[in-house]
Write a protein that binds this ligand. Structure first.
Ligand code: SF4
Ligand code: SF4
Length: 341
């Protein structure tokens, strides 16, 4: 790579391309879902009822320590890489150095943007970080709830510091925090970036990490080579396996794929999780998460949790009676007109 002068005054071929893409504003598609409105969701189930001191403390840290660090100054001197593949490699390596367990790059399309939002960046650098299996020995539980929040924070640090790095290279970018009110949908971007396949439970299953990881993104116009989706046979396996459906206490995970729910990146009809059934349970039972550790797509080496902790091969699952589903006519989630059985 070589260091060029400021892109504003040194219009070589690459910097001209950058200026052009910077002017592009991409709007959401007609079928984009609305962004999650957490306050509306909680209002619909009578307010927030989970009281976990550690989780509240992490949320406070995200608000007070991380949110103010979303923005920063862009270096006037721009680093120009010899080609987009080298640029992509450098950015992904930085993500791994900062603590990501997976990183990939996808071009942002209208369907990746929440309804009514727009972005002016062309690429998403998607990062993932795994959650610790040993914290999901019993679900739902205090430990599993805190672990979800812990990774929102630590992965938040990865995206914030990755954004700092990209700005230090002379490129503007935007932080799309894993917990946050983001403009882009992390899941379709991660599928395009080669993270794995969409499981019956609505989460991505990574060939090595399984489904127990969180996602965040940094979006930018820095020219980057994109990754490709993968077909590792996981979606086909889901068609035979129904473990998450059997263990879902809210009966929110479907038996069949739904043609009206659109296609996944392999062209399969999607499985449509009934979020109006899931959320009331999630909101009252420590963010539930049962469908993740019961997913059979776990590597049994996790019984040593990678760091020597001996754990069980399958969690203790506590299934309580499901609350009443939220009103499906309130347009606060992806599929407001879910057919219920
Ligand atoms: S989080 Fe719980 S309620 Fe929601 S889909 Fe998963 S298992 Fe079902
Ligand atoms: S438990 Fe089985 S059906 Fe459900 S997501 Fe995992 S592999 Fe697919």
């Amino acid at each position: 790579m070589n260091r060029a002068k400021c892109c504003r005054c040194n219009l070589n071929q690459r910097s001209i391309a950058l200026v052009n893409t910077e002017n592009n504003v991409v709007n959401s598609s007609a079928t984009s879902p609305p962004a999650f409105n957490w306050d509306e969701w909680y209002r619909s189930v009578g307010g927030r009822s989970i009281q976990i001191k550690e989780a509240d403390e992490i949320l406070k840290q995200i608000r007070e320590y991380q949110y103010p660090r979303f923005t920063g100054e862009v270096n006037h001197e721009q680093v120009v890489f010899d080609n987009d593949a080298l640029a992509a490699r450098a950015v992904k390596q930085k993500a791994f150095d900062l603590g990501a367990d997976e990183a990939g790059i996808a071009e942002i399309e209208p369907g990746d943007i929440y309804k009514g939002r727009q972005v002016s960046e062309k690429y998403a650098i998607v990062v993932g970080q795994r959650m610790l299996w040993r914290k999901f020995q019993e679900v739902p539980s205090h430990d599993s709830a805190v672990e979800c929040l812990r990774v929102y924070f630590t992965l938040g640090e990865v995206v914030i510091r990755l954004a700092d790095y990209i700005r230090s290279l002379g490129y503007a970018c935007t932080v799309e925090h894993p917990i946050g009110d983001s403009d882009v949908l992390h899941i379709p971007l991660a599928l395009k970036a080669g993270f794995g396949e969409l499981g019956r439970h609505g989460s991505i299953i990574h060939p090595k990490m399984g489904p127990m990881f969180r996602l965040g993104s940094v979006i930018t116009n820095m020219p980057l080579q994109t990754d490709s989706p993968i077909d590792a046979g996981i979606a086909a396996f889901c068609d035979k396996c129904r473990a998450c459906r059997i263990y879902c206490p809210a009966n929110a995970i479907p038996d069949q794929r739904s043609p009206e729910a659109g296609k996944d990146h392999l062209g399969n009809d999607r499985y449509k999780v009934d979020t109006g059934k899931c959320f009331p349970y999630f909101a009252k039972h420590n963010y539930c998460s049962i469908c993740l550790p019961v997913c059979v797509y776990q590597h049994k080496e996790w019984a040593k949790d990678f760091e020597g902790f001996t754990t069980k091969l399958f969690p203790d699952v506590k299934m309580k009676d499901a609350p009443v589903p939220t009103d499906p006519s309130i347009p606060k989630h992806w599929y407001p007109k879910n057919k219920r059985d």
